[in-house]
Design a protein around this ligand. Structure first.
Ligand SMILES: CC(C)(COP(=O)(O)OP(=O)(O)OC[C@H]1O[C@@H](n2cnc3c(N)ncnc32)[C@H](O)[C@@H]1OP(=O)(O)O)[C@@H](O)C(=O)NCCC(=O)NCCS
Length: 149
């Protein structure tokens, strides 16, 4: 496979914004995406195709060993090829190497592809927020313990 995963850099912000705007009901403001790259306690991984197009990304913040996934996006025309899963696997590996203890995230209960990606990589539901995304649209709160826990 010609795709590779690497840390996001400042020059990636516009492509990440394009992914956000093409995929998310409420895209992140550019400033928040930029902070994933500049803030000490945050980072993002990007999936880069052979032609250097960024076709996916995952953003996370890590505070005293607790990681929180901010967003995960794969370009609409690249979904269903395992890339979302690969980004989550790469994130888990990176966080384990940093000694993080647990990863938390929130996902809408109707978002079957995202829930599949997370449950397939060991995330478990630990709570729900009713109507978090609007009437009848719950947030599932998920977590995954990392090494030694
Ligand atoms: C969620 C997302 C990142 C998944 O990326 P992806 O590259 O398509 O994921 P994968 O190819 O690794 O597929 C993961 C699983 O979802 C399943 N899946 C993919 N598309 C699906 C669909 N439309 N309906 C149901 N299941 C689907 C796959 O079968 C696979 O399940 P499996 O591992 O049990 O076989 C992608 O759909 C996306 O960018 N969505 C919009 C943004 C979003 O909602 N992000 C999540 C925010 S929490």
């Amino acid at each position: 496979m010609a795709e590779s995963i690497r840390f996001a850099q400042a020059g990636d912000v516009q492509q990440i914004m394009a992914l956000e705007q093409g995929s998310i009901a409420h895209p992140w403001p550019e400033e928040d995406v930029r902070r994933l790259i500049t803030d000490d306690e945050k980072f993002a991984l990007v999936l880069e195709a052979e032609d250097q197009t960024i076709t996916g990304y995952i953003g996370v913040s890590v505070v005293v060993g607790e990681a929180s996934v901010g967003n995960l996006v794969v370009a609409a025309d690249q979904r269903g090829k395992g890339f979302g899963t690969k980004l989550v696997e790469a994130l888990i590996e990176e966080l384990m190497s940093r000694g993080a203890e647990v990863i938390f995230l929130e996902v809408e209960d109707t978002n079957t592809p995202a829930v599949s990606v997370y449950t397939g990589r060991g995330f478990e539901e630990y709570n729900r927020r009713r109507d978090y995304y609007g009437a009848g649209r719950d947030a599932i709160l998920m977590k995954r313990a990392l090494a030694g826990v």
